[in-house]
Design a protein around this ligand. Structure first.
Ligand code: HEM
Length: 409
């Protein structure tokens, strides 16, 4: 197995652990659990899912897809990978037992510093990769968004020292980190990977549309950050800036959809069925995410969107599980890291899709019922827990599916 394929599997192990933690949180609504404390469990879950799964899966795919052979085999990336994995284990153990605590902050800071080292190594080595200008631009932008998002983390210490925890500025910093992690780093990285895979499979997209898409998305990513600030500072100008960002983002979606529809006939020939399906689910989730953000241009919907927890959680998982997880899995299938012919992988992808759809439907339906003040779906928490079982099970099946050309499946 290639080094990057092996790293991808370690990232899947982290995903499995994060999935089990998420499942435990859902079980905590069915039966009262003595341990873990819900907030500690949630921090452990979200950090390991984002940093242990998505970050490391992107790390493995960036190196596999973008770097020349010599750099790919360099020991520095192996050391960096394992150092990052150690911080993830540290984050999980300290978060689940103590929540935000000096020890978890030490591991978190370690992870952030290692991500800067990755940025430095990668940006230097990618200069030696020929061609792939568009996907390289997305990859570089993703890394800069990642670095920018972490600036907010360094502001937290001083804000706390100044007794400003809970202030509007503190809240704006937390949202700055989350917004640019999700909409900047992760989404641009997933798109970089997507365009690179298409390019490697021999598909070419129109350069002018790709450029338009890129600029529209960068500008809208920056502008839509202000929505988060409207929560504490609801002034009309900020709502207008967000609306402009959302309009540009919707325009980006149209450009993207036009390109993808145009490329569909060649995708049918060049991509594997499983790879196509995974990319398809990711793109539908991406479109839904943009559509939902367009709806919250109306201030009334904006207020509902962040006051009903089910909508927040449904939206977060639409991006992270629907778009990003399916995008990186699609790339892993198309590059042969995961063997999509294996029965286990096929069952895993199916369970992942069903689990994702059922949990999203339940979360959004119940959220709408809260908003309409019409009570609960019967057995809501039991159903949500039952549907969530499919998710870690899916990850486990994908994990044990073997890589392409393995005989055992
Ligand atoms: C594998 C299946 C998953 C399950 C069963 C699951 C479950 C959950 C649950 C129960 C919560 C807390 C909801 C609440 O407070 O009511 C949550 C929150 C969250 N999850 Fe997941 N999740 C999964 C996958 C993921 C993935 C793949 C990611 C990211 C890559 C992710 C990131 C998050 C984040 C960021 C939060 C919000 C934390 C906060 O509000 O501070 N989850 N998840």
């Amino acid at each position: 197995m290639s080094k990057t394929g092996y790293w991808f599997r370690i990232a899947l192990v982290n995903f499995f652990v994060a999935g089990l933690a998420g499942l435990t949180l859902r079980f905590a609504f069915v039966v009262e659990l003595p341990w873990p404390n819900f907030m500690n469990g949630m921090h452990a879950h979200s950090h390991v899912a984002m940093l242990g799964w998505l970050y490391l899966a992107i790390y493995a795919l960036f190196i596999e897809l973008f770097l020349p052979e010599a750099a790919k085999h360099s020991k520095k990336y192996t050391r960096l990978f394992w150092a990052s994995e150690i911080t993830i284990i540290g984050i999980f153990v300290t978060m689940i037992t103590m929540g935000y605590h000096v020890s978890s902050i030490v591991f978190l800071s370690g992870h952030v510093i290692l991500s800067y080292v990755f940025l430095g190594f990668f940006l230097k080595d990618i200069r030696n990769t020929k061609g792939a200008e568009v996907s390289k631009r997305f990859a570089r932008t993703a890394l800069w968004f990642m670095a920018a998002s972490t600036l907010a983390l360094w502001a937290m210490g001083p804000l706390m020292a100044l007794s400003m925890a809970g202030s509007a500025l503190y809240y704006a910093s937390v949202q700055f980190f989350l917004h640019f992690q999700f909409n900047g780093w992760f989404i641009f990285a997933a798109l970089a990977i997507f365009f690179r895979v298409l390019g490697q499979q021999g598909m070419s997209l129109e350069k002018k549309s790709l450029d338009q898409f890129y600029y529209l998305l960068v500008i809208s990513c920056i502008l839509t950050y202000v929505l988060a600030v409207t929560w504490s500072t609801p002034i009309p100008l900020l709502f207008w800036i967000n609306s402009l960002g959302v309009i540009l983002q919707t325009a980006a979606l149209f450009v993207f959809a036009r390109m993808i529809i145009g490329a569909y006939p060649s995708a049918q020939k060049l991509l594997s069925p499983a790879g196509r399906r995974l990319f398809g689910i990711a793109m539908i989730s991406f479109a839904l995410k943009i559509f939902m953000q367009a709806v919250v241009v109306v201030p009334y919907f904006a207020t509902i969107s962040y006051t009903i927890r089910n909508f927040v959680i449904g939206f977060i998982h639409l991006i992270l599980l629907g778009m990003l997880t399916h995008m990186v899995l699609g790339a892993a299938v198309n590059t042969g890291i995961i063997n999509s012919d294996s029965k286990r992988a096929k069952a895993g992808f199916l369970f992942l899709l069903i689990g994702f759809l059922l949990t999203e439907i339940l979360l959004f339906l119940q959220g709408t019922m809260f908003w309409a003040a019409v009570g609960f779906i019967p057995y809501y928490y039991e159903l949500l827990f039952g549907a969530s079982i499919l998710l870690p099970l899916a990850v486990f099946l994908i994990l044990i599916s073997g890589k392409k050309h393995d005989l055992a499946s």
